[in-house]
Design a protein around this ligand. Structure first.
Ligand SMILES: [Zn+2]
Length: 1009
C-alpha cells in the first residue's frame, strides 16, 4: 500500500467485535502498523514507542512533555495545547507507561484527522527539544521570587510538580514500593513518571539521547481505527515523516524476563498517612505479590492461563462473595484491600497481589497467613463452575455494551504487549479466550487446581511488602529538599545566582511572548459544525401499573444497543424529611449490598452478577432551569434506580430490581453493615488528597445555591466527616444507618413517588424492558397501603422546605487544611442559567479564559498541573480552579486577574472566539454511547428545543458578547473561594478565611518553630 511503502502482512477479521484487522510493515524502516477497520465514525490514531528507562529521573515522562513543545514544521511554544482549540478531537493526549510512551487522538472529522496526524507525527519525530522546554517541563532552579536572588532557591518544573502531586498519596507510594520489589532488575523497577527526589538528576543531554534512540520509526507502533480509508492515512504518514528515516537497530531496547527470586522476599517500607484516618493504631499495609507469566510470548497455553488468571482474580477479589473478602475483610483485618490488589497484565510479565490496608501491627502476620491458607484451599477444590459462569457473563455483557471510545481504548490497550512484539490484537481476544476457557474446564476438571498451584503456591518469585505509615512522610521529604536546596544555594557564586535569575526572567518572557499559532492547521467552525442539534427521537409514553391504576411517564429510547436493555426509574425525594438527606448516599451505596430476607448478601451479589450489569443508583438535584440560583417548585431532588442486562436476562433483572427495592435486609446482619461503614470511611478518608478540586467546588456551590448545599451534604466533605463519625461510633453507627436507610426505603420507594421512568434498547427489546419496569414498579408498596407505623412525623422539615429556606453566603472564603504537599484552589461566581440568552456567551468565555489566560498563568508560570475556568449552566455558576497547585492565595488573585483581562475590550480576538467555539462543540458534540442518547432529557429534563436554542445562540456569539458578559457578571463580583490545601499554607494572617480541617472542624495551625 501507499505506492509500496507498506507491505500488508496479515488480514484478520474479528467477528466478535464486527471489525477487520490489517497488520502492515513499513518496508524501509520496519515500523509496525495495525489498522482496525470498523463501521464507526469516531476514528482513532495512536503512535507508541517502547521506552525503557533504567532510573527514576522520569526521562520518558519529561520527554513526553517536551516532545509537545514545538517541532520543525510547527516551531511554536505549545502546539499540543494550541491544537486542543483548533480541532474537534474527541480525545487528545500523551501518556507515559512503565515500558512505553504513546500519543493517541480520536476525531469524527476527516480534515481534523489529517491536521492532527500532521501535528502528532511532526511532534514525535521532529521535536525541537530546546533546553528551555526541558527546564520548563522537567526541572530547573529558580528563586522563590524569580527576580530576587535572595528570596530562596527552589526547584520548579511541570513534571517535577506533577509527580509531587501524583506521589503524594499513600496508595501511590505503596504501589511504587510493590512494583520496585516485584521487579528487582528490569525497567519496571523504576518510576517511569519520575521520583521528585531523582528528577533533578536528569540532564538535557540525557533527554536528547533518550529521544534519538527511542523515538524512531524502527521502534514505533502505529495504530489506526475507524471508517476513514487506510490508504490515505498511510500516504500521509509516509510523506509527513516516515520517508525521511532509514532503519536503525533497536534490538538493544529489547528486555528479557525478570531475574527470578529463588525464595520469597520480604520488604519493609514506609509510606505517607492518609489525610483522614479512623484508627491511628491501624494504618499499615501488607500485601503479597507474585510475578507470573510472560504476557508476550506466542504460547497458546500461556495465553489461556493469562486469561484464566484474570478470571481467577475476579473470583478471588470482587464482591463480598469472593474468597479474599471472606478471608481478610469480613473478619475485619483491615479497612479495605491493599492498593493494587488484583491481577496485573498490562506489563510484559504479569503479576498478582493481594493484601489489606488500614491494618494493625499485630494483625500483619495473621493476614499473611490467611492469604496463604485461602490459596491452598482453592488449589485443593478449584472454583465452582456457576461462579466462573457469572464472571464470564460479566465479560460478555461488558463486550456487548457499545462504548463510544472503543477504538481508542483498543489502541492504548494493545501497546503493552505489542511494543514487545506480542499479539497486537490481544484486546480483541477476550470473548475467544472465554470460549476456550469453557472448553478447557469441560475437558480438564483439575485446571483451576493446577493453575493456582503453579502460579501461586509453587512460585518462588513471591514478595511480601509491609508498609508502615508515617505522618511526617511528606514533611520529611520537604525538609530534605529544602536542606539540599540551602546547601546548593550556599555554594552558588554570585555569577551563578545571576544566571539563575536571568534564565528565570528569560523563561518568563518566553512564556509571555506571542506565539504564532497560525502556523498550525485548524478547522473552520462554519464548515465543521452543524447548526442543528442531533435529535435522539426519544418517545414519550405512559406506563400503566394495573395493580394500582397509576400512569407513569415513560421515556423510550430506541437505539442500537447491541442486545443490551437499560431500564431506570426516578423517585422524587422532595417530601422526605430533610434529616434523612445525609444518609441518601448510604442508602444508594448499600441497598444492593446487604442481601434480602430470602437470600444472604453473598449469594445475592452472585445472583446480580450472573444476570445483570448491577444496580446503579444516583441522587440528582435539578435546579429550575430558568432560575438555577433560586430554588423554586420546578426544582427537583430525585433518586434514579436502574440496571442493564443482555436481553435474554431481562426477566431476571426485573426480579433483582424488585428484590432490592422491597426486600433489602437492613435488619438482622449488623456485622455486614459495620463492615460497609468502616470501608466507606476509609475510602472517603483516602479520597480527600486526590479529589481536592471536586470537594472544593462542592464547598463553593454549597455557599451559593440550595442544590449545591444539598449536594455538598450528600457527597462532599460533610460526607467524609459523617463517615468517620459513624465508623468510630461502631454499633451506634450501625443503628443510625439502618434506621435512616430503612426509613428512606419505606418513604421513598412507592409507585406514587415515581416521577418518570425510561427504557433504552433496540426496537425488538423495548417491550421486554417495559414489562420489567411494570413488574418492578407495580409491586412496590403503595403509599396508601402503608401502615402508619412509619416514623415520619409532620413536624419534620421536608427536603423541599429546607431547600426553599436556603440563604446564600456568596463571597465567603474557606480553607480546608489537609496533610500533603499540594493544593487545589477554587473560585465561583453567580451568573445565569441554561435558558438565559447570556449563558452561551459565558460558556464560550470560560473556554477562552482557560486557554488564553489561565493555562499560561496557572500551569506554565505557576507550575500547577492544571487550571482553568468552567461555566455550569445548570447551576448558574462560573468556576475557576487549579489542580495540584504549589500556590494558594496567589492563584485566587490570578482568578481575579482573569476577570479583568476578559473585561478589557481588546483581550478577546476573533481567532479566540473561533477556537473557543471549537472547544465548546468538541464537548457538546462528543460521541455518546447508544444507551446514553436521550439521557439528558431523562436525567436533567433538557428538551430538544432548549438544546437547539443554546446551540444557535452559541454559534452566533461574538467577541463583544464575551467581553460584555465578563464585565457584567464577573468583574468585581463577589467570588466564593475554597482552597483545599496543605496545613502549612493555612492563611493565618488573612482573617477573611474560615479555616477547617477535612472533617469540617475548625483548624488552628500549630506552630512548629
Ligand atoms: Zn505528565
Amino acid at each position: 500500500m501507499a505506492n509500496g511503502a507498506f507491505r500488508v502482512e496479515k488480514v484478520e477479521p474479528v467477528p466478535d467485535y464486527q471489525v477487520v484487522s490489517v497488520s502492515l510493515k513499513h518496508v524501509k524502516t520496519g515500523a509496525h502498523w495495525l489498522h482496525i477497520g470498523a463501521d464507526d465514525s469516531n476514528n482513532a490514531f495512536n503512535v507508541g514507542f517502547k521506552t525503557v528507562p533504567m532510573d527514576d529521573t522520569g526521562v520518558a515522562h519529561i520527554l513526553e512533555h517536551t516532545t509537545l513543545c514545538g517541532s520543525n514544521k510547527y516551531p511554536i511554544r505549545d502546539p499540543f495545547f494550541n491544537m486542543l482549540r483548533r480541532s474537534l478531537s474527541t480525545f487528545m493526549n500523551a501518556m507515559t507507561s512503565a515500558d512505553f510512551t504513546c500519543y493517541p487522538f480520536a476525531t469524527m472529522n476527516r480534515v481534523d484527522y489529517d491536521n492532527l496526524l500532521s501535528v502528532y507525527l511532526d511532534a514525535v519525530f521532529f521535536p525541537k527539544l530546546e533546553e528551555q522546554d526541558f527546564r520548563q517541563e522537567g526541572h530547573r532552579f529558580e528563586f522563590a521570587k524569580t527576580e530576587d536572588a535572595n528570596s530562596g532557591l527552589k526547584y520548579k518544573g511541570v513534571v517535577f510538580n506533577e509527580m509531587k502531586g501524583a506521589m503524594g498519596s499513600q496508595n501511590a507510594r505503596f504501589m511504587r514500593a510493590l512494583g520496585a520489589n516485584l521487579f528487582p532488575t528490569s525497567t519496571f523497577h523504576y518510576n517511569s513518571g519520575g521520583d521528585p527526589t531523582a528528577i533533578p538528576d536528569l540532564t538535557y543531554e540525557q533527554l536528547k539521547a533518550f529521544h534519538a534512540l527511542h523515538y524512531h520509526p524502527s521502534n514505533a507502533r502505529f495504530y489506526t481505527y475507524g471508517d476513514f480509508p487506510l490508504e490515505e492515512t498511510l500516504m500521509n504518514a509516509e510523506t509527513m515523516a516516515l520517508n525521511q528515516f532509514e532503519a536503525i537497530d533497536v534490538s538493544k531496547l529489547d528486555i528479557s524476563d525478570e531475574k527470578r527470586y529463588t525464595s520469597p522476599v520480604v520488604a519493609e517500607v514506609s509510606v505517607p498517612r492518609d489525610s483522614v484516618v479512623n484508627d491511628p493504631k491501624k494504618t499499615s499495609i501488607t500485601s503479597t505479590a507474585w510475578l507470573m507469566l510472560n504476557n508476550v510470548k506466542d504460547d497458546e497455553n500461556a495465553k489461556l492461563d493469562n486469561f484464566a488468571l484474570s478470571v481467577a482474580s475476579d473470583l478471588l477479589l470482587s464482591g463480598p462473595q469472593s474468597y479474599f473478602h471472606e478471608a481478610l475483610l469480613e473478619p475485619g483485618y483491615g479497612s479495605g484491600l491493599a492498593p493494587g490488589s488484583g491481577y496485573g497484565n498490562s506489563r510484559r510479565e504479569t503479576s498478582f497481589s493481594v493484601g489489606v490496608k488500614g491494618v494493625g501491627e499485630e494483625e500483619i502476620p495473621i493476614v499473611e497467613q490467611k492469604i496463604q491458607e485461602t490459596l491452598e484451599k482453592v488449589a485443593k477444590s478449584g472454583f465452582p463452575r456457576n461462579r466462573v459462569d457469572s464472571t464470564l457473563h460479566q465479560i460478555e455483557l461488558d463486550a456487548a455494551a457499545v462504548k463510544p471510545n472503543f477504538g481508542l481504548m483498543v489502541g492504548i490497550g494493545t501497546m503493552s504487549t505489542w511494543v514487545h512484539d506480542g499479539d497486537a490484537l490481544r484486546p480483541l481476544r477476550t470473548l475467544e479466550l472465554a470460549r476456550q476457557l469453557q472448553e478447557k474446564l469441560d475437558s480438564d476438571p483439575q485446571y483451576w487446581q493446577n493453575l493456582i498451584s503453579k502460579y501461586f503456591l509453587n512460585n518462588q518469585h513471591k514478595v511480601i511488602v509491609r508498609a508502615r505509615s508515617d505522618e511526617k512522610y511528606d514533611a520529611k521529604l520537604e525538609e530534605a529538599e529544602n536542606k539540599l536546596l540551602k546547601e546548593i544555594e550556599s555554594k552558588l557564586s554570585e555569577d551563578e545566582k545571576k544566571k539563575i535569575v536571568e534564565d528565570g526572567i528569560k523563561l518568563k518572557a518566553a512564556q509571555d511572548g506571542e506565539q504564532n499559532a497560525e502556523l498550525l492547521p485548524t478547522l473552520k467552525v462554519a464548515e465543521a459544525v452543524d447548526r442543528s442539534i442531533k435529535k435522539w427521537g426519544s418517545k414519550e409514553q405512559t406506563l400503566r401499573l394495573s395493580s394500582n391504576n397509576i400512569d407513569l411517564k415513560l421515556q423510550v429510547d430506541e437505539q442500537p444497543t447491541n442486545g443490551v436493555v437499560y431500564v431506570g426509574a426516578m423517585f422524587d425525594c422532595s417530601q422526605l424529611p430533610d434529616r434523612l438527606t445525609p444518609y441518601l448516599d448510604y442508602f444508594a451505596d448499600y441497598v444492593d449490598q446487604i442481601g434480602t430476607s430470602k437470600v444472604g448478601y453473598k449469594d445475592f451479589a452472585e445472583k446480580i452478577k450472573g444476570v445483570s450489569g448491577g444496580v446503579s443508583i444516583d441522587i440528582l438535584s435539578n435546579n429550575d432551569t430558568k432560575t438555577p440560583l433560586k430554588w423554586t417548585e420546578n426544582g427537583e431532588v430525585v433518586m434514579n434506580i436502574g440496571s442493564h442486562c443482555l436481553a435474554r436476562n431481562a426477566d431476571a433483572m426485573g426480579d433483582i430490581l424488585l428484590d432490592v427495592c422491597t426486600d433489602a435486609k437492613w435488619f438482622g446482619d449488623d456485622e455486614r453493615l459495620k463492615f460497609l461503614i468502616k470501608r466507606r470511611s476509609a475510602q472517603l478518608g483516602a479520597s480527600v488528597a486526590q479529589n481536592g478540586m471536586g470537594y472544593g467546588k462542592a464547598v463553593c456551590a454549597s455557599k451559593m445555591t440550595a442544590a449545591g448545599e444539598l449536594e455538598n451534604r450528600t457527597g462532599g466533605l460533610p460526607q467524609v466527616a459523617l463517615a468517620q463519625r459513624l465508623a468510630k461510633a461502631e454499633q451506634a453507627g450501625v443503628e443510625e444507618v439502618k434506621a435512616a436507610c430503612s426509613e428512606i426505603q419505606s418513604l421513598l420507594l412507592t409507585p406514587e413517588n415515581v416521577k418518570r421512568c425510561r427504557v433504552a434498547s433496540q426496537a425488538q427489546d423495548v417491550d421486554a424492558g417495559k414489562a420489567q419496569l411494570a413488574k418492578w414498579l407495580s409491586a412496590l408498596p403503595s403509599t396508601g397501603s402503608k401502615s402508619s407505623s412509619s416514623s415520619s412525623s409532620s413536624a419534620d422539615e421536608s427536603v423541599n422546605a429546607k431547600l426553599s429556606a436556603f440563604t446564600p453566603q456568596s463571597g465567603s472564603k474557606t480553607y480546608v487544611a489537609i496533610k500533603g504537599q499540594t493544593n487545589y484552589c477554587t473560585g465561583a461566581i453567580e451568573t445565569v442559567g441554561y435558558e438565559h440568552p447570556d449563558a452561551p456567551a459565558l460558556f464560550l468565555l470560560s473556554q477562552a479564559m482557560s486557554t488564553e489566560f489561565l493555562h499560561r498563568e496557572i500551569r506554565e508560570k505557576g507550575g500547577a498541573y492544571g487550571g482553568g475556568s468552567s461555566f455550569v449552566p445548570s447551576a448558574g455558576i462560573f468556576y475557576f480552579s487549579s489542580y495540584r497547585d504549589p500556590n494558594t492565595i496567589e492563584t485566587i488573585d490570578t482568578f481575579q486577574k482573569a476577570c479583568e483581562w476578559a473585561s478589557q475590550p481588546n483581550s478577546i480576538t476573533k481567532t479566540m472566539v473561533e477556537e473557543a467555539h471549537l472547544r465548546a462543540f468538541k464537548s457538546i458534540d462528543s460521541p455518546i454511547a447508544p444507551a446514553s442518547r436521550g439521557q439528558s432529557l431523562y436525567a436533567q429534563r433538557m428538551t430538544d428545543a432548549q438544546r437547539q436554542n443554546f446551540r444557535t445562540r452559541l454559534l452566533d456569539c461574538k467577541a463583544e458578547d464575551m467581553t460584555r458578559v465578563a464585565k457584567e457578571y464577573l468583574l468585581n463580583k463577589p467570588m466564593t473561594v475554597c482552597i483545599v490545601g496543605s496545613e502549612d499554607k493555612v492563611p493565618t494572617d488573612d482573617a477573611s478565611y474560615e479555616c477547617v480541617d477535612a472533617e469540617g472542624l475548625p483548624f488552628t495551625k500549630v506552630s512548629t518553630a
